[in-house]
Design a protein around this ligand. Sequence first.
Ligand SMILES: [Zn+2]
Ligand SMILES: [Zn+2]
Length: 419
Amino acid sequence: MTLTYQIGEEDGLYKALLAAGVQGRTEPAAGQSNDADDSASAASRAAWDEDADLPICTACGTQYPAAREDCPICEDDRQFVPANGQAWSCLRKLADSAHKNELVKDSQDNRISYIKTTPAFGIGQTPFLIETAEGSYIWDCCAFLSHNLVSELKGLKNPLKAIVISHPHFYTTSLTWARVLSVPLVVCGKDEEWYQRLSDVKEGEIVWYDEDHELTSNLKALRCGGHFEGSAVLYWDRSREPSPDHASSAKCRQDGIIFCADTAMVQPTQKGFTFQYSVPNMIPLNPYDVAYLYKKLKDVPFGQATSTWPGRFIREDAGSILAQSVRKHLETMGCDWLWVSLSNETQNESAGSTSWNSADILSSRASDGRSKQSLIILNQPITRRDIFEKLWDNCDYRICADGGANRLYDLLSEGDRER
Ligand SMILES: [Zn+2]
Ligand SMILES: [Zn+2]
């Protein structure tokens, strides 16, 4: 997710948030002494100090274990190096330049708070604090962390249990957060190669999971893939939580909510989702990965959805809006047939019959846990090599029938034939 666009609109988005009645709690800049500041434990301060001079990319907010020339997150084709070149900061410089954190409560559910950084930094990452009855969790991360925020997070009524991260664009300074707050990170292991401080990670500091991860009985990280192979959303089933203390409020929500970062990004319209491989470089997500994501979420009951930036919140009917948005994306990409196939699968499943899993079989990021698939090559021209290669890679058994072996032979280059 970007970047200059996010930074440019940040103040406007925040004003809109305040205009909508959202309450904020402001704190002094880090580095300035006050009572809350003093209450941060010596251990937390020591952990913060230890990482305070590590380089942080100013464009994306990723922290590195040592000085370097390039930022692999920005060099990746999902991001970009700004026109004025690669630049670096660090936690200490951010604190010295009067950056501060602020917890901003959601207007409908005071168990959800935005963790805002002012002035905005990196790609404007605005993680969430989610205070469930079984403990509090931070969803996603941002580069700056003030001592005052640490004090607030350490004093929560329901203690902080973990920091859970959707994908590499939010890894930022998460190892520092985990050490300062004395909680583990929860990260999908499919993106482990993107974790830039891997060489520093000690045993137990990161809980790596593969497919999905249950945090509490009502809170789960669900890997959907697509944007990154390990891209996840966080699902909170509020209907199974005890009634919150604001339950009598007319605005109080007790339905399911997904926190979806840019795995399925809430549009600026807040009336739909968009599915992007790269947001700043405007590369849409391939239709098979969108279909896979939809299959993962279509039976999850949720009425609300939000991405990890202010002003990206679908307040009503988010589940059916997801279906409409997936359909629109697939039709726009000329894959109407895939939507029809997904709809038929849903009908077949509800009728109790076996369904053919087109999303799994065509996704480049198919689940490891899917059922076994077979490919039968008949005596027909193979006109779409791209689709053929996906089928070949995703099938466990490949059989040539009739003149299929000749069609396969014709398709292959000389080097391929030898293999
Ligand atoms: Zn992203
Ligand atoms: Zn970067």
